[in-house]
Design a protein around this ligand. Structure first.
Ligand code: ATP
Ligand code: MG
Length: 578
């Protein structure tokens, strides 16, 4: 393919609105171009990478008995109502109405549609296991699309769905997908980790994520020998195990803390660290939205420098929805003061008080006195306030220990793949049942497996680039070789050498992109670095005088002068790629 045959415009300047390297490089290289917020045109070169990655994914899935289908992107309201997600999909559904008044949405995922599709035919245990996948455009009406294809509104996803008769075979289906994902990411030569994850809006009870490691990643991951997890859900070891002695209960004392509004200000005021203080936060249980404050509000107490995870609170308290932080007005009604001087002792409205596990065994807390500008010293559990329950409510940190006592290392990652064991959650809601060997009706056990194809490509660029441009891994590079014509094709020596080179590349099954623009060599080299194909061949008259061409390895910057006749015989260009 020649540059002159496609539409490809590179940019010298950093485009406005792009803040991370991969986004800047994708725009500057002209590989993608924004059409509207979170929606992009994929240029010819980028599309080739997408196709290569899609083929690699397909190959690994097919090896694991997953079979391809293609479902519609437009879905009907009825099936989303059946699953109960029409109003629940975190506001990401783009809804519309047809000319006949039918309510529709653009598919952000396809659990509903595929269940509806397989329902008539999955009637017997003989029809399973079944694993179907598609690679298709998804639309999620993301509130704040950002970082290019990382969080786009329209993006390409591989989504697979497995159907089994029982947990044992469903778990085998899950494991097969897990293996396929590992094979895919190993071939992409990227640094990645697999972590335990929250199952989010998809539901289900077993879930893992594949993350490509990158500083610009939106997710924080804690990795240790026995457990790796997204920080949102990573469990913390009970403080009990690290506590030794229990101090005496001291007498409660009130002291003035004028103008103190935050934990950090209080720590500074008392010349102690914020982890020695206790923080109280009030939440509203969304499941009880209509209830009185007494019945829907609750408090969580934790160490002053800990941060409450809404995921964990939801899980620990078995809530259907994540709770929200109580506003100033609600806090005032519960405590009689504004946030800043609140504490658990003598609330105006007695709401349940939960304590983070890290407070187990701790005594003589410093907390707000529920009186503007005052705090208490020596506040104690049971004596001064009642505890409803202890739980794991806060984000884990690098200094915490894993369940088996190993230390954690913190990484930032980009979620590229997500596996869920769904069990019969959706089958029950949508009536997906079969008759077992005894003729008894049972619900199908499902799994679903997403892989962001466009996000993966950008995440790879985020990990593999230098200050000049992209460093494509060979297997998904738009082309293997970038041929820079230093002198014009109209010169017969150049065109002959080019023909010869092309026939050699064809024999070696390497695809190539020819920069035949009438530009200075310097411009061409800069653009070649930016686009980042693994190998560059410079074809110029000066080298051809000696029957030579110049080969440039993008990743290492090595240059080699090679005789054209050597290339023809036994000289494989791929040797430069390792
Ligand atoms: P996130 O937590 O990043 O919002 P998610 O957990 O909601 O993603 P899933 O429902 O697990 O996403 O979707 C499967 C995969 O699709 C993700 O692992 C990711 O690779 C990709 N994906 C999801 N949302 C987007 C998006 N807005 N832009 C690009 N890719 C996305
Ligand atoms: Mg996910």
């Amino acid at each position: 393919m020649k540059w002159s045959e496609i539409y490809l415009k590179t940019l010298k300047e950093v485009p406005s609105g792009a803040h991370i390297s991969s986004h800047i490089l994708l725009l500057r290289s002209g590989l993608i171009s924004m059409s509207s917020q979170g929606i992009y045109v994929y240029n010819t070169l980028f599309l080739r990478s997408l196709q290569k990655l899609s083929n690699l994914i397909k190959k690994e899935l097919e090896k694991n008995q997953a079979r391809e289908i293609l479902m519609p992107m437009v879905q009907s309201k009825e099936i989303w109502e059946e699953s109960g997600r029409w109003n629940k999909f975190e506001g990401l559904l783009l809804k519309m109405e047809s000319r006949t008044g039918a309510k529709l949405c653009l598919g952000p995922t396809h659990e509903e549609l595929i269940i509806n599709f397989v329902k008539p035919g999955l009637s017997s245990w003989r029809d399973m296991p079944l694993n179907l996948y598609q690679i298709q455009t998804k639309y999620r009406d993301e509130i704040r699309p950002r970082f290019g294809l990382m969080r786009a509104r329209e993006f390409l996803m591989k989504d697979a769905y497995s159907f089994d008769t029982c947990f044992e075979t469903a778990f085998q289906s899950y494991q097969k997908m897990f293996q396929a994902y590992q094979n895919i990411f190993n071939q992409l030569e990227v640094d990645y980790v697999v972590v335990k994850a929250d199952s989010g809006a998809i539901g289900g009870n077993h879930s893992e994520e594949f993350h490509i490691l990158a500083k610009a990643g939106e997710d924080e991951l804690l990795v240790s020998q026995d457990m790796s997890a997204n920080i949102e859900i990573c469990p913390r070891q009970d403080a009990k195990k690290t506590q030794s002695s229990t101090p005496e209960l001291k007498k409660m004392e009130k002291f003035a803390t004028p103008h103190i509004k935050t934990i950090d200000q209080l720590a500074h005021f008392l010349s102690i660290e914020s982890k020695e203080l206790i923080k109280i936060l009030f939440f509203i249980n969304q499941d009880q939205n209509q209830a009185s404050l007494k019945n829907k509000a609750f408090a969580v107490l934790c160490l002053g420098d800990d941060e409450v995870s809404l995921f964990k609170v939801k899980k620990e308290l078995c809530l259907k929805e994540q709770p929200i932080l109580a506003d100033k007005e609600a806090v005032y009604k519960i405590t009689g003061v504004e946030p800043g001087s609140c504490g658990p002792h003598k609330l105006k409205i007695e709401v349940p008080i939960y304590l983070d596990n890290y407070l187990k065994g701790k005594r003589n807390f410093i907390t707000g006195a529920n009186e503007e500008g005052f705090h208490f010293k020596n506040v104690n559990i049971d004596r001064d306030f009642k505890v409803k329950a202890f739980g794991d409510f806060c984000f884990a940190r690098e200094r915490d220990l894993s369940p088996q006592g190993f230390s954690f290392k913190k990484y930032r990652g980009i979620e590229v793949g997500h596996l869920f064991y769904l069990g019969d959650e959706y089958s029950k809601k949508m009536g997906l049942s079969y008759l077992d060997k005894k003729g008894k009706k049972q619900f199908v056990k499902m799994g679903c497996y997403g892989l962001g194809v466009t996000r993966t490509l950008q995440a790879i660029i985020e990990q593999k680039h230098d200050d000049k441009g992209i460093l494509w891994p060979f297997c998904i590079a738009p082309f293997a070789v970038h041929i820079c014509l230093i002198d014009g094709e109209e010169n017969s020596r150049i065109s002959k050498a080019q023909e010869k080179l092309i026939s050699i590349l064809d024999k070696q099954s390497l695809d190539y992109f020819i920069d035949n623009r009438k530009e200075r060599p310097g411009v061409k080299f800069k653009d070649a670095d930016l686009i980042g194909l693994p190998l560059r061949v410079n074809l110029g008259l000066r080298d051809l005088e000696n029957n030579q061409i110049e080969i440039f390895v993008r990743k290492t910057g090595e240059k080699h002068k090679v005789n054209l006749s050597d290339l023809e015989s036994n000289f494989f260009l791929t040797k430069f790629l390792n």
